[in-house]
Design a protein around this ligand. Sequence first.
Ligand SMILES: C[S@@+](CC[C@H](N)C(=O)[O-])C[C@H]1O[C@@H](n2cnc3c(N)ncnc32)[C@H](O)[C@@H]1O
Length: 312
Amino acid sequence: MGKGKNKTHEPKNGKPQRGANGHSSRQNHKRMEMKYDNSEMTKFPVKLAMWDFDHCDPKRCSGKKLERLGLIKSLRVGQKFQGVVVSPNGNGVVCPDDLEIVEQQGASVVECSWARLEEVPFNKIGGKHERLLPYLVAANQVNYGRPWRLNCVEALAACFAIVGRMDWASELLSHFSWGLGFLDLNRELLEIYQQCTDSNSVKKAEEEWLQKLEKENQERKSQSKDEDIWMMGNVNRRDNGAQSDESESEEDSDQSELESDKQSIEYDSLGNAIGIDNVKSRKMLSEGSEDEESESGEDEEPVSYDSLGNII
Ligand SMILES: C[S@@+](CC[C@H](N)C(=O)[O-])C[C@H]1O[C@@H](n2cnc3c(N)ncnc32)[C@H](O)[C@@H]1O
């Protein structure tokens, strides 16, 4: 762990743990509590706090930036927080019913790496109101476009926005060049969550949104499949169609070969039709050449197929 407040300190000679300032953790705890009443904290209308595990690059870390701006306070492991704790360890999701808690006690986050969550002693941090965030999409430069994985300032802003304090959400995000983009990106969804009441109703709204996304995704896929077909003609008749399985394509190719051979049926000297054999032998040849083509074709131009065997 790095040099943050919450790096692990080994007890020496069985004596109580002491922080970097030489005070015992109990004394530090008192100091931290007192610091909350410090005038520094008036920079933001409510308490903002974080447990900082120093996992992240300080230059890119939104929590550290809020701390440098004097907007958020670091908490020590062992300290609990009275307000809403926006945490990967939460049970319910943040909901409009949390407004009172947020307005009276503030909000906090866990500043750590998503990749190192298992190192966070969640049982020694948190509070009575630990919450997850419902589906929202990150707008920060590290995880842009990624759902659920918000950074600390986005998580705090999301909490404020959901409980209806868009003013606080904007104020906090305005310190980041990309910040207000988070509210733009999630505007419609945030408005939906704001209409909810308790945690269950937010979960329900989230579920409906995800179903809508899934439906749109399916529609987009089938639309692009249709467009492909119009652009490329019947893809099952392409030379490398050997890979497009299914009886449909085999039937098609049989049919087309028969049709094209109708006029070219030849007869031997005894009057036997020999065109059918020719069709068969040509088909076998063409199958052989398809194999060769598909082998060499792999190197030249990789082709992928969807579940219906269409080239995508
Ligand atoms: C894992 S840290 C990553 C912080 C990042 N390094 C930064 O620069 O801010 C993000 C924190 O925001 C809160 N958070 C973000 N997305 C969340 C979600 N979907 N549910 C609950 N908490 C979330 C949690 O406190 C989480 O620990």
